[in-house]
Design a protein around this ligand. Structure first.
Ligand code: HEM
Length: 208
C-alpha cells in the first residue's frame, strides 16, 4: 500500500512529525504572542476564551476526519497523526476551561457551581470536557497494553459523544445572540464525518 501512495514515505519521517506538532501548537503560540502584544482586540479575555473553544472544535473535526481521509486517500500513514491531534484537542480544551475559570469566574468554585446550573451551555461544555479525560489519559501504548486492544477501542468509541456535546455547547452559547452561522457549518462537517463512519461500517462488515 505504501508504494501506491508515494508521498506517504515523506510523512513517515520524524521531521514530518515535528512539523505537525508545530502546526498543532501554532494557534496557541499565536494567542500567547497576541496577548503580550496587545493584538487581541477590545476584550482580550473573551477573544482567548472564544479562540481556544474554536480550536478545540477544529481539532476535534480533524481527529474525526483522519480515518475517512486515510481510507479515501488509501494512506494508512495518516493514522500516525491521530494521537497527537487528539492530545492537542484535549490540551486546547484544558486552556479553554482555564480561560473560563480564570477570566469568567476568578477561580471561584462556588460561582462556577452556580453558573453550571444557571447556564445550560456551561454544563454541556463541562460534560464534553469530562468525557475527554478517559480518552486523553489512555492515549498511550501502555494503556493499550493494559486495557487490551478490544477494551481500549470500546473506551475510545466515546469520541463519538464529543461532537454531539461540542455542537450543543456551541449552539446553546450562540442561542442568546441568535447567531448560528458557524454552528451550522460545524454541525454539517461533524454530521458528514459521523454518517461516513456508519456507511463505512455497513459497507465493510461481513454479510450473514
Ligand atoms: C470539548 C469541550 C469544549 C468545546 C469543543 C468547546 C467549544 C466552544 C466553542 C466553539 C465556543 C464558541 C466560540 C466562539 O464563539 O467563536 C465556546 C465558548 C465558550 N465555552 Fe466552550 N467548549 C468546550 C468546553 C467548555 C467548558 C468545559 C467550559 C467551561 C465550563 C466552556 C466554556 C465556554 C464559555 C464561557 C464560552 C463563551 C466564551 C465567551 O463568549 O467569552 N467550554 N466553547
Amino acid at each position: 500500500m505504501l508504494s501506491k501512495v508515494p508521498w506517504q514515505h515523506t510523512l513517515l519521517s520524524p521531521r514530518a512529525h515535528w512539523a505537525w506538532y508545530g502546526v498543532l501548537a501554532w494557534p496557541l503560540m499565536w494567542m500567547v504572542w497576541a496577548t503580550f502584544n496587545d493584538a487581541l482586540g477590545a476584550n482580550p479575555a473573551e477573544a482567548l476564551s472564544r479562540s481556544t473553544g474554536d480550536w478545540t472544535l477544529r481539532w476535534l473535526c480533524l481527529v474525526l476526519a483522519i480515518t475517512p481521509l486515510r481510507h479515501i486517500a488509501g494512506a494508512p500513514v495518516l493514522l500516525r497523526f491521530r494521537r497527537s491531534t487528539g492530545v492537542a484537542c484535549f490540551l486546547y480544551a484544558c486552556v479553554h476551561m482555564l480561560c473560563y475559570a480564570w477570566f469568567d469566574q476568578s477561580f471561584d468554585i462556588q460561582a462556577m457551581a452556580k453558573d453550571l446550573v444557571k447556564r445550560p451551555f456551561i454544563w454541556v461544555g463541562m460534560l464534553a470536557f469530562v468525557a475527554m479525560w478517559p480518552l486523553a489519559v489512555t492515549s498511550n501504548n501502555a494503556s493499550v497494553r493494559w486495557l487490551g486492544g478490544k477494551r481500549w477501542q470500546q473506551l475510545h468509541r466515546m469520541v463519538y459523544l464529543l461532537p454531539v456535546l461540542a455542537v450543543l455547547h456551541f449552539y446553546w452559547m450562540r442561542a442568546g445572540k441568535n447567531n448560528f452561522a458557524e454552528v451550522w457549518v460545524y454541525t454539517l462537517v461533524l454530521s458528514v464525518l459521523l454518517v461516513w463512519r456508519v456507511w463505512w461500517k455497513a459497507k465493510t462488515s461481513p454479510r450473514i
